[in-house]
Design a protein around this ligand. Sequence first.
Ligand SMILES: Nc1ncnc2c1ncn2[C@@H]1O[C@H](COP(=O)(O)OP(=O)(O)OP(=O)(O)O)[C@@H](O)[C@H]1O
Ligand SMILES: [Mg+2]
Length: 499
Amino acid sequence: MSPRASESDLASFLHAFQSLSHLAQRQAEADQARGREPLLPALEAHLGVDPRGLAVLTELVSPLRIADADVAIERVVASHGGGTVLGVGGGDQRWHNGLSEILQVAGQWGQFPLGPVDYTTVPVGPDEERATVSYGLHLFRHDDVPVVLLQRGGRPQFGSQPQLEVLTPGDGVAAAVLAEIREAMNAHSVLRGQVVTFTTSSYEPGAGGVTFVRRPRVSAEQVVLPEGLLARVERHVLGIGRHRAELAAAGQHLKRGVLLYGPPGTGKTHTVRHLVGAAQDSTVILLSGRSLQLVTQAADTARALQPAIVVLEDCDLVAEERSHFSSSPLLFEVLDALDGLAADCDVVFLLTTNRADVLEPALAQRPGRVDLAVEIPLPDLRARRALLDLYAADLPFGPGVRDEVAAGAEGTTASFAKELVRRSVLRAVEREGEVGDDDLRTSLEEMMADGGALTRVLLGGAGPVDGQGPASAAGFVSVPGVAPGAGPAASAAASGWEE
Ligand SMILES: Nc1ncnc2c1ncn2[C@@H]1O[C@H](COP(=O)(O)OP(=O)(O)OP(=O)(O)O)[C@@H](O)[C@H]1O
Ligand SMILES: [Mg+2]
């Protein structure tokens, strides 16, 4: 036998073997399906025609809107007099085939019988979950025209996104059904009025989910900033929203971009938490670290659910990074998302950074995105005294020692004051005594003299370690190994959002 002949023999053998194993699999699945109600006749009875002759209209659903799609379908079906939901059996194979393939195969092999509906629970609030259909056929009538709607969740591990597939004999009915669902998804979104973070998935960045965060409550009195600064920020972030009708009537734009910059631990995140707490009616989307690459989805969601606030925490961390969606730096994408919104959208983009120097070139190249940039500085003497009073409100420190410690803590951050009070209390607890002036004094001495340079820098105890770089030249503390070299923070919690 010539080598050529054996090669072609082998190829045809492999081909035959493949067909055989395919047949065996189909037969096994058909055997499994035997005795269960077949899919096609059930659909044909509802549609009045053979479903295999109908075109399927497909719409992808963002993984961030799974709950919204589920709520919307329920409402749309109910608004048309209700319907039934059927499940499809046949194991994993269902996930790899579109509805029309499933119908063809079901007809030929009886492979996909009716089965139980698949559900997945997804969060719809900080303490609430909803069982959503992850694989199910909705059978209902749209103004007397029969409709079959397949609702399926995503399988990110196989690269498949959640989607809806509509089958109906009526002209234009499939498009009308999908339009109604889209509208209901925004009108009745579970995200509306909530505080959420979007998370990326390890399979692909767009396939993450939604995490609900409890709305923080930080009163204005708990935010110690230079005189008038908080009022300025509040007027821009909240005031414009409060007067949206008057401003819109006077032809003024509502969309706004606010940047809070300043050294670590001075209260940028703290201020954002206050604003978010005060904006009770706003939908808030928090992005930080890796999730900043979902900025376009966040902007779309914010527009649909306005009034809304999109918080972009520590956005300097993505100044260099490139997203999976585009080749330009992620920071530009963030700024472009801001620009992409219509001027009359009541949406605030709230950016924070402790590296304004890193942001500056990007902001200069994309002007007009940020219309208020506010420095949150290190606290001055008055502020340090106020911080002590805030964090030691119930502790018996005398006014004299408070003045003395506030003066001695020159150059420290607001978070330093908080830690100082904690250490004083800890000293007393360890001694099994009452906390007093000496604890405060000694803790200050210890923290100011702290041997660990990093601790000092983290708490702002000794100013910049590296007096040379551009960051410190601009008055910023550079924190070796923490920012920005350590890479993006993983979550909102990591950036101090949740206490
Ligand atoms: N101006 C302030 N008034 C009152 N408390 C403050 C202030 N700044 C910081 N704190 C306290 O210190 C904690 C840490 O501050 P925060 O997370 O807001 O710093 P940041 O400016 O966001 O720093 P980073 O740049 O590292 O993100 C806050 O949770 C709060 O308890
Ligand atoms: Mg912060």
